[in-house]
Structure formats: structure tokens, C-alpha cells
Design a protein around this ligand. Structure first.
Ligand code: ADP
Ligand code: MG
Length: 378
């Protein structure tokens, strides 16, 4: 194999972005909905825009689709500048939250919609529609009408319709949020399976962290029109880049402490040394916030040498099924509270009950340290 071929394959395998967003801004009159968005989407990946309602997710997706124009900035799809290309000249399929199927057309006619407009031959259309309906698990529903299908089934049809023309990019705007909890979880797995099977580069908008964590290859966390962090679900969860990300993705305890200089911190009576806890630097004595996830404690096989060990009073136990939350308070933390996860088995084994005391050790290397939020804002 010659070098050019190798290079070409390397590019095909993902060094060349499927979509690049360079410095995109969007203003609605005086309101700034997106600021300085830079993003590179890899071929074949499933990327989720995650953030609270109103943070700009849909606006960014609509700009990618050409349904909204950016105030500033550039978009490249497979290296080609599409910044000013009208929506119908762009290469994507899209699925919205509301099913948006044509109620007076059959399922097969709905799926065929983009193909008919594209003047594909009739027999070919029929074959493609059958293939797509099979792909989304509805092989025998072609003659039905949308009202005869459940919400989840209608979203499968919308998905089939979006994939019909074999687009280079699949855009999904909260495709699961109109469904009930069970259907949502079922379709989550279904969309992910389909996305991998087809290998299509996909961007999905969601405000649901669990959806993003379970479906995405990478997550783009957005807040107030800016990107806070881009990373794999594990990156985002384990190494949140900001207090906002730590708070928005997963549950977290926030403890007040002080910097002791370098990578040393004090929380209550406890002195922590953790080299991976922070990307920031603090002056000794500076107030800090320490973010600790509910699972980041050790409660078994502790001995006197176990570092960051403390004794705590259990003030409340919330039974949630297999995983429960115990609220504890500790003199060693100067009376600060923690919410900790315990499995139901641990609850029994460790005698975790309201009014009892428990020994735990903090997993120091899991803590993230940030400047307190008020000071960030100041
Ligand atoms: N056409 C519009 N005119 C004025 N403001 C808009 C328009 N579209 C969206 N916005 C505002 O931009 C912000 C981001 O909206 P959107 O992208 O829909 O958020 P998300 O999808 O993250 O919930 C919101 O504050 C919204 O009110
Ligand atoms: Mg939205």
C-alpha cells in the first residue's frame, strides 16, 4: 500500500471532521443566543448537545440545518463551506420532538416523502421504504396511518424518513422528550443501535443528562449560549471542567474549604492532597468549593491508616430501590452535610439507619476543586 492510500484511509477513518463550526455567533436583536461556538464533529460519531432549556441547543442545530442563519461564523461540512447554503441544498436528515408526520399520508408514503421529491424510480422507492421500515422495526406498518401508531413508533417512522435519502448527517432535536418514560428508554437504545448500524454522523439535542450519558460518543455541554465542555460521557462526569458542568451532569456535594497552596486543600479538619483535583491555581488561604459525587466514599475495610477517614452521623436515609441515599453530617467537616450513595445491600451490611454513625473515607482523587461560584461571578 502506498503512502497516499494510507493517508487517504486515515482521513476516511476520522481525521477529517464531518462538520466544523468556526466562531459561530447568533443574536436575536439585542439578545445573544450563541457566542463563539467552535466545534469539530467526527465522522460516524454520535454527538449530544446537552444543557438546560434556553441555552441555545436548538438554535445551534437549526444553524447547522440552515433553518436559521448565524450572525457570524463559518460552517464546513466535509471540508465544504456551507455557511450560506439554503436548507434544501444541505446534506442532512432531521427529526424533531413532535413527530411531524403527515397525518393524511400512510407510513410508507411518509417515509417515501423525500424520495418522491427527489424523482427516484417507483420500484426503487418501494424497495427503499421496505428496507427502512425493516431497519426501524416496523416492517408491516407501511399501510397504516400515523394516528394508528404509538408515539415511539411515530418517532421510528420520522427516523426512517430522515434516513431515506442516505444523508451525510442526522440531526435530532429532543426526539424522545414527548414520549413516556418506558418508551423513551426503549427508543434510546434503538436509536443508538441504528446510528451505529448505519454509521451515520449524528447530532442529538437533549436537556436530559441521562440520555446524553447513555447515548453519546461525546457530549457538548452548553450553558447560556456558550460551550462549557466537550468530552466523552466519562470525561464529563469524572472531570467536569466547571462548577456548572459538575452540577448539571450527575449529582454532586459541594463542600466549603480552603486552599493550603499547591494541590493541598483543607475541608473541616481534613487535609487533602490531590494532584488531579483541579486545573486552577489558588493562593493559600483562598476559599474553594470541593465537589464530591455521592459514590466517592469508601465505607468498607477501613483501618486507621486509611486517609481522609471521618466519622459521621446518619441524619436521613432515602430509599430509592437498589441504590439509596444517606444524608450524613460530620464534625470532621465542621458540620457540613453529604449525600452518599449506598446499595441496598450496603445499607443492610453496614447498618446504615437514621441516628446511627458510620465511618467513611473520602476518595480524595475524585474530588474536583473550583473557586466558589459567587467569586467566579464577581
Ligand atoms: N426566533 C427567536 N427570536 C428570539 N429569541 C429566540 C428565537 N429563537 C430562540 N430564541 C431565544 O434563544 C435562546 C436559546 O433558544 P433555544 O436554542 O431554543 O434553546 P434550547 O434549545 O437550548 O432550549 C432562548 O432564550 C430563546 O428564547
Ligand atoms: Mg430546544
Amino acid at each position: 500500500m502506498d503512502m497516499t492510500a494510507t493517508k487517504h484511509i486515515a482521513e476516511e477513518l476520522g481525521t477529517k471532521p464531518a462538520l466544523e463550526i468556526n466562531g459561530v455567533y447568533k443574536n436575536f436583536e439585542t439578545f445573544s443566543a450563541l457566542r463563539d461556538i467552535h466545534l469539530s464533529v467526527r465522522p460516524g460519531e454520535m454527538l449530544c448537545f446537552l444543557g438546560p432549556s434556553g441555552c441555545g441547543k436548538t438554535t445551534l442545530l437549526r444553524i447547522i440545518a440552515g433553518l436559521e442563519t448565524q450572525s457570524e461564523g463559518q460552517l464546513l461540512q466535509n471540508g465544504k463551506d456551507i455557511s450560506w447554503l439554503p436548507a434544501d441544498k444541505r446534506d442532512y436528515g432531521i427529526v424533531f420532538q413532535s413527530y411531524a408526520l403527515f397525518p393524511n399520508l400512510t407510513i410508507a408514503e411518509n417515509v417515501a416523502y423525500g424520495l418522491v421529491n427527489g424523482k427516484v424510480r417507483k420500484a426503487q422507492i418501494k424497495e427503499r421504504v421496505a428496507e427502512l421500515l425493516k431497519l426501524v422495526g416496523l416492517p408491516t406498518s407501511g399501510e397504516k396511518y400515523p394516528s394508528q401508531l404509538s408515539g415511539g413508533q411515530q418517532q421510528r417512522v420520522a427516523l426512517a424518513r430522515a434516513l431515506a435519502t442516505n444523508p451525510g448527517l442526522l440531526l435530532l432535536d429532543e426526539p424522545l422528550s414527548a414520549l413516556d418514560a418506558l418508551e423513551r428508554i426503549r427508543l434510546r437504545g434503538e436509536i443508538r443501535r441504528l446510528q451505529k448500524q448505519v454509521g451515520i454522523t449524528t447530532i442529538m439535542v437533549t436537556h436530559d443528562q441521562e440520555e446524553a450519558l447513555s447515548m453519546a460518543d461525546r457530549i457538548v455541554v452548553m450553558n447560556h449560549g456558550v460551550i462549557e465542555q466537550v468530552g466523552t460521557p466519562l470525561d464529563i462526569y469524572e472531570r467536569p471542567a466547571s462548577p456548572f458542568v459538575a452540577d448539571f451532569v450527575g449529582k454532586v456535594n459541594v463542600l466549603k474549604g480552603q486552599s493550603l497552596g499547591g494541590n493541598r486543600f483543607r475541608v473541616g479538619e481534613i487535609e487533602l492532597q490531590c494532584d488531579t483535583c483541579t486545573d486552577d491555581s489558588f493562593v493559600p488561604g483562598q476559599n474553594v468549593s470541593l465537589y464530591l459525587r455521592p459514590e466517592d466514599r469508601v465505607a468498607e475495610r477501613l483501618d486507621h491508616d486509611t486517609p481522609y477517614r471521618l466519622n459521621a452521623l446518619i441524619t436521613k436515609v432515602e430509599f430509592l430501590g437498589g441504590l439509596c441515599i444517606a444524608e450524613v453530617t460530620s464534625e470532621a467537616l465542621h458540620g457540613q452535610n453529604l449525600g452518599l450513595h449506598f446499595t441496598l445491600n450496603q445499607l443492610h451490611d453496614l447498618n446504615i439507619r437514621e441516628g446511627n454513625r458510620i465511618d467513611i473515607a473520602l476518595r480524595a482523587h475524585r474530588i474536583r476543586v473550583f473557586a466558589p461560584r459567587a467569586e467566579v461571578a464577581a
